[in-house]
Design a protein around this ligand. Structure first.
Ligand code: ZN
Length: 252
């Protein structure tokens, strides 16, 4: 059993998770879990491109290792990347240490601050650990360099005497001044049910169209299990929403 539309009380129980984005703009946040895999993921990319749509892909680390070229294509197409653990672990059934280790193993590949727990099942202790983890990647390294450079530039352009007197004071600890985005745990407010083999493609489309609104985060899967429904639903839903004036963006 699952909810197509996430109920308000569940959102209230876990306010530290992201369930939807601002309801004020006509933007939809499509997400695709469990890839990247051959055939399905490239088809999703092609379909998104034809609608000029950006999305977020919550990737399984093991699939990235198996299909690195498809993963690179996701990034090259400008989509957002999320961590979905290395082995698609169920948080409720996994010891925290093992769960975080698996998260980190995927993180080495995804280098992102977006995380979605597989099955949407995660313990509070795991939420806490992931939310305090910091991103360590090229991007933050670049930020450090940039920050250092801009401080030096400031010293050259501003006429503050104290800075000239003690130039080191501004670059003494550049790391502490950098905004290091904390991990965001992304849930959803519309679950397409594309993974449900008992659901007809027509009903799946109906569910998704009925419950989507401004700022909705919608779950699809670039997986073989979802393939029958996804092929039917995605182009039709994108076409419908586009005509309604929605745009499609990645998270982050
Ligand atoms: Zn998943």
């Amino acid at each position: 059993m699952y909810f197509v539309k996430t109920p308000w009380w569940l959102k209230k129980l876990y306010p530290q998770l992201v369930w939807n984005k601002a309801r004020t703009t006509k933007t939809i946040f499509l997400t695709f879990d469990d890839g990247p895999i051959p055939i399905v993921t490239p088809w999703v990319l092609k379909t998104l491109k034809s609608f000029n749509a950006k999305a977020t892909f919550f990737c399984i680390g093991d699939n990235i290792n198996k299909h690195p070229a498809i993963f690179l294509q996701l990034k090259a197409d400008g989509h957002a990347i999320g961590n979905h653990t290395y082995n698609h672990l169920k948080g409720w059934a996994t010891a925290d240490e093992l769960y975080i280790k698996n998260f980190n193993k995927c993180q080495n590949l995804t280098q992102t601050y977006l995380f979605r727990p597989p099955y949407g099942r995660i313990k509070r202790s795991q939420i806490f650990e992931i939310q305090k983890s910091k991103i360590k990647n090229e991007e933050s390294e670049n930020l450090k360099v940039k920050s250092k450079k801009s401080k030096i530039k400031n010293q050259n352009t501003k006429n503050d005497k104290s800075q000239i007197a003690n130039p080191q004071s501004q670059i003494r600890n550049p790391q502490s001044e950098i905004h290091n985005p904390q991990s965001q745990i992304i849930m959803w407010d519309v679950l397409s049910g594309d993974f449900d083999t008992a659901l007809s493609p027509q009903k799946c489309l109906k569910n998704v169209l009925k419950h989507t609104q401004n700022g909705s985060i919608i779950v699809f899967h670039d997986s073989l299990k979802a393939w029958d429904r996804l092929q039917y639903v995605l182009p039709k839903a994108l076409d419908y929403w586009k005509k309604q004036g929605f745009s499609f963006e990645g998270l982050g």
